[in-house]
Design a protein around this ligand. Sequence first.
Ligand code: SF4
Length: 365
Amino acid sequence: MNQAVHLTNLNGAELSALVESLGEPAYRGRQLFGALYRRRLRSFEEMTDLPKSFRAELAERATASTLTLESRYISEDGTRRYLMKTHDGLPVETVFIPEERRDTICFSSQSGCPLQCDFCLTAKLGLLRTLTAGEIVEQVVFALNDAYGVGIKTPRGTNLVAMGAGEPFLAFESLMRALRIMADPAGLYIVPNRVTVSTAGVVPRIRELAAVPDRPHLAISLAAPTDEQRDVLMPINKKWPLAELLAACKEFELSLKPGERFTFEYVMLDGVNDSDEHARALANLLNRHQLRAKVNLIPHNPADPLPYRPTPPAQVERFKNLLEAKGIQTHVRRPRGRDIYAACGQLAARRPVTNPQEQILHQLS
Ligand code: SF4
């Protein structure tokens, strides 16, 4: 176990306190914060504006980075997946998704996941460990550096989504701490309004988030319009069934401020949850609870040994039209990075069959 203080776990004030405890003036704390987040440096050797003696002392007590890159995969659509390892040897996956208007980084909150969603490859890993705030922040720093260059300002700004491996609401403290560290204007300056957290339905945390003033956007993964089916597809439903989940969603909706987003996600599994009846049942369910949230339809991302196939595009469109006819705003999410196991529900430390780009990148890393 690495006992050194992991600096990306600390907020600005804690970093300054650490620096002062080493007998250094407070401004060195701000300098160090800038080195970690504005210049996005991941080792003390690179922080050449700090005195050598201070860097040596820091190196004895602390570490600026703990994740190491194992492999990097680049999809034909430009999506990048990073497979990293924690200091204790567990897989962490992060995905960078280039988009026209604003790029998105999808980070993991846990290594593996304890929830057993039947359509998700990550579930096959089980829970290995919940990640620390520092490990969440580091994923974002790493992806930004890889996509734009070390310390280079992001050209279009960055959106974050907590939709990688793990259930973010089972990593609530790490998640909220990481979001506060990343929101600091003196550092990465990615504010909660740029972040969306997706949950499988941990009801108490939905209520808790409703009371947080400066919070990320919320997305709830539904996958089925009835308890009977959701119990099978997302077993968390046995603990918090639809009525309880949607009551908490209603409370959350009532707490929304202007401009805040709240969405439901619905993975579409061919011949399983994608019929016209399912569409009508879903619309009725949301309307019965008077929820006005938008629905994102996500055609399933297939991967062995998952027993599902994605719904064909024509039926996805039909499903969308049926929801819209019942007054529900609906959007179809385009799959990204399927060929490199980077798409939703595909993160399971997989290595795709040899990809020439990966070989080159291996040599670079
Ligand atoms: S879909 Fe999300 S919550 Fe469900 S098993 Fe996969 S990673 Fe966990």
